[in-house]
Design a protein around this ligand. Structure first.
Ligand code: NAP
Length: 491
């Protein structure tokens, strides 16, 4: 666990808080107040965990800008006066690949402090990983570390391929940023000696390079029980900032005692995600924004629902083929029927706001339920195309559509991403029908579930409407995905 507190005491508190989740801590001296930096030597005896000493320069993603002379002095102070009780010394020290001060290195080695020999590239990928590690590791004492910023999942795949073959010596490999996330969770696949996490208190400092907190890596991703037999599943999307799907699926595997793991594979290109997942043996994927339609091109087989809806949110790998399904439709139907509580939609007038991937499954379902639908979308052409397919009405999503909304107001289904992750009061930014005054008789189903009460839901509820968010839909479509992935019932 990387410690980025301003004082040693602050860092000690974090170690105590997370001690049952971690095996090793990294004291980032570059984050300490300047006066505290001088006392870094005390830190190992203040905690009961082995500790890495790191003073990261700004060029390598750290905060230290005091020059190499000052940094060398700090290393010297922190490593001096070795204690016969090894637990009171730093267990590791991180020296960058271009930092070679023989006296300090010799002192570290003499005191039994292992050297992590690191190379960081904060902007570009490193491709010749194995060769570079071989060169960096000048003595058997050193653990080469390469951390780089991938440009695509192909760069991350290269790290997996190279790391997989590196079984001869300890090494640390990580691909940073959202693309590199699988390298952090699947560190055992690259034989990496460790993976870095950050306490939630300091996560803002390391989030952009891809750290998650120690509780999440253990309780959600079961990091320590991942092995070569673990069945891999996940979710593909971009930017996929937040998703609740790992909670749903990983809890299901736990309940059924399956050696399986579900994690995000973020990429703007579905083709990259698919080749990455094929190579590392992923057996199934949830597919979300913006890939639900582009993935169709790569499917070897489509379920009848996918063919009809024209969007796919679930793919399963079988016999080297990708098979496509749509569980949004059935997940939505189950959640909607619960929400309606017996109200039938046959011949009822329903508004659907949005005409994207999710709306396609929803409109298909509303057709099966016998509703009369009007589709409202910012890009009116997309609404027109969908409406034409099912014999429904459509309208441009703008203040001019108020009378149509009034007409189709038994149920309003909100399917745009507007309002997602927005906590504020309703505005033109976060409420797609901010111009519509609720009568109080409408039922409002927003398929967004983060936040749990979206701005449109808040406004509708105040007017007296019955409202519902998309969490149940997410769960129910996830349960069906679980069945497609594992063959087992979730519930
Ligand atoms: P999508 O295919 O990208 O479609 C996005 C839709 O939102 C389009 O209709 C788009 O209109 C509209 N939109 C985006 N920004 C807008 C803006 N500023 N003003 C007006 N309209 C805007 O995405 P999707 O897959 O359908 O997902 C949409 C939302 O549903 C996401 O928030 C997603 O998390 C949620 N979702 C929830 C579940 C669940 O299980 N609860 C399942 C699927 C999706 P244009 O056509 O004009 O671009």
């Amino acid at each position: 666990m990387t410690l980025t507190g301003k004082t040693l005491d602050e860092d000690v508190k974090l170690v105590k808080k997370y001690e049952k989740y971690i095996d090793l801590v990294e004291l980032r001296v570059d984050y300490l107040n300047e006066d505290e930096q001088l006392y870094a030597r005390r830190f190992p005896s203040m905690i009961y965990q082995p500790c890495i000493l790191t003073i990261r320069r700004d060029v390598d993603g750290g905060l230290f800008s005091g020059g190499e002379f000052a940094r060398t002095n700090l290393f010297g102070r922190a490593l001096a006066f070795a204690n016969p009780d090894k637990a009171k010394n730093f267990a590791f020290v991180d020296f960058e690949d271009d930092f070679h001060i023989p006296s300090i290195q010799d002192a570290a080695m003499a005191f039994g402090v292992r050297i992590i020999r690191s190379y960081h590239n904060m902007t570009d990928p490193v491709l010749n990983i194995r060769e570079r590690c071989d060169i960096m590791r000048k003595t058997g004492y050193e653990i080469p570390k390469i951390a780089f910023m991938p440009h695509s999942l192909s760069d991350v795949l290269n790290l997996f391929k190279e790391g997989e073959r590196m079984t001869q010596y300890d090494h640390i490999l990580c691909a940073m940023g959202p693309l590199g996330f699988p390298s952090r969770i699947l560190a055992s696949y690259t034989n990496s000696f460790l993976t870095y996490v950050s306490p939630s208190e300091g996560i803002e400092h390391t989030k952009s390079i891809g750290h998650i907190d120690p509780i999440m890596i253990n309780d959600l991703y079961h990091f320590k029980s991942i092995n070569q037999d673990t069945q891999l599943y996940g979710i593909s999307g971009w930017p996929l900032v937040k998703t609740s799907s790992p909670e749903i699926h990983n809890k299901g595997y736990e309940n059924k005692a399956l050696n399986a793991l579900y994690l995000p594979f973020r990429s703007p290109l579905i083709s990259d995600t698919l080749s990455f997942c094929e190579k590392i043996g992923v057996r199934g994927l949830s597919v979300t924004i913006p890939h639900k339609e582009s993935v169709l091109y790569y499917l070897h087989e489509q379920s009848p629902e996918v063919a009809q809806i024209g969007a796919c949110n679930t793919i399963v790998r079988k016999n080297n083929k990708w098979l496509g399904y749509n569980t949004d439709a059935t997940g939505f139907r189950r959640a909607l029927e619960e929400f309606l509580g017996g109200v039938k939609l046959k011949h009822k007038k329903v508004s659907v706001i949005g005409a994207g991937g999710a709306a396609k499954a929803i409109i298909y379902t509303l057709k099966l339920m016998g509703a009369k639908v009007c589709i409202f979308n910012r890009t009116v052409e997309t609404a027109a195309k969908l409406a034409d397919k099912y014999g429904f009405s459509y309208c441009e999503l703008s203040p001019h559509c108020v009378s149509k909304l009034n007409e189709y107001s038994t149920l309003i289904v909100q399917t745009t991403s507007v309002g997602m992750n927005s906590e504020g009061p309703s505005s033109s930014e976060n409420d797609p029908i901010y111009f519509y005054d609720f009568k109080g008789s409408e039922m409002v189903f927003d398929i967004v579930y983060e936040p749990s009460v979206t701005p449109i839901m808040k406004r509708a509820a105040i007017a007296g409407c019955k409202v519902c968010n998309g969490y149940k839909m997410l769960e129910y479509q996830g349960f069906e995905q679980f069945k497609l992935f594992t063959g087992l019932d979730y519930e």
